[in-house]
Design a protein around this ligand. Structure first.
Ligand SMILES: [Zn+2]
Ligand SMILES: [Zn+2]
Length: 163
């Protein structure tokens, strides 16, 4: 496990809050106040590989029996484009950027592939909790070049950041 104290780190969901003031309480059992908040906490759970949280926040009707998180996948950036909910259901339209690392030839060679996932997700509110229900998503590969803005959202050039 990671030895650094995650609580004081910026939250992976990109809120500019500390993890302890943002998604950590949700990961520890505090109910999400809205569909958007649940969506953020699920992104952070992907980033931190909290598969139990991903399962419990998934609606029982659509929850996969097995949830395998790929070890080489790093969830880098979440961008919420729009979010709305009433008391029973909600919708969140977002973009998520992630990086897949593949190692070739006894880990001598590393291949990186960036992806952008754009999804409109549906959330349901039941038993005092929000649940992720389903989404239509369109993953696409990104090919950032050296002088592009880094897909991780740092604002730096790719060659000076994640390349
Ligand atoms: Zn967060
Ligand atoms: Zn970067």
């Amino acid at each position: 496990m990671n030895t650094k104290d995650l609580s004081i780190e910026p939250c992976p969901c990109g809120s500019n809050e500390r993890y302890s003031d943002c998604c950590e309480p949700l990961h520890q059992g505090t109910p999400a106040a809205s569909a958007e908040v649940l969506m953020r906490s699920r992104f952070s759970a992907f980033a931190l590989q909290l598969s139990d949280y991903l399962k419990t926040s998934w609606h029982p009707d659509t929850r996969p029996e097995q949830l395998t998180l790929e070890q080489g996948t790093e969830w880098k950036r979440l961008e919420i484009l729009s979010a709305s909910n009433d008391k029973k259901q909600g919708t969140v339209h977002f973009k998520a950027y992630y990086l897949e690392r593949n190692y070739l030839e006894q880990k001598q060679l590393e291949q990186k592939q960036w992806h952008l996932l754009e999804e409109t997700s549906k959330f349901l509110y039941e038993n005092d909790h929000w649940f992720y229900h389903s989404g239509d998503y369109q993953p696409q590969q990104l090919k950032p070049s050296r002088n592009d803005e880094c897909p991780c959202g740092s604002g730096k050039k790719y060659k000076k950041c994640c390349l």
